[in-house]
Design a protein. Structure first.
Length: 138
């Protein structure tokens, strides 16, 4: 995420300021270790999402994330636990199955069998904005 140091929609360069240089060095070294780990680590995934644009910014961002995580571990006195996604309920699971079966069909991969039955609820509709409404004739 960029700060206010922008001009013509481009981020200007900056450097990290102050702080403990030894801690900063250890955190950035840890980030490179995280980046080299196998897939499935949320910090690694975040690193490579940011690193597409700039690896140095990704290092600083993940080092900051590590510092915040370690702060909360020390503050709460509990061990670190990775975030886990909320489990899908049955309706969400069936919806994803239908979605991906349709997507595979569009890619030319025929699948045998039937689609799971859609839910009985009506699909949500977007509310129209007042400016989009048609004027009523008088």
């Amino acid at each position: 995420m960029s700060g206010n140091n922008r001009s013509a929609d481009r981020d200007k360069g900056s450097h990290t300021t102050g702080g403990n240089r030894w801690l900063r060095g250890d955190l950035t070294e840890s980030v490179w270790g995280i980046a080299a780990k196998k897939a499935g680590n949320p910090l690694r995934d975040k690193f490579w999402r940011i690193a597409v644009k700039c690896k140095q910014k990704a290092v600083v961002a993940i080092a900051h994330h590590l510092l915040v995580l370690s702060y909360f571990v020390l503050q709460r006195g509990t061990p670190y636990e990775e975030k886990r996604g909320t489990p899908l309920n049955e309706e969400q699971r069936l919806r994803l199955i239908r979605h991906y079966i349709r997507r595979l069909g569009k890619l030319g991969i025929p699948l045998r069998g039937t689609l799971p039955a859609p839910s009985t609820q009506r699909p949500r509709r977007c509310k129209r904005v007042a400016s989009e409404k048609q004027p009523t004739p008088s």
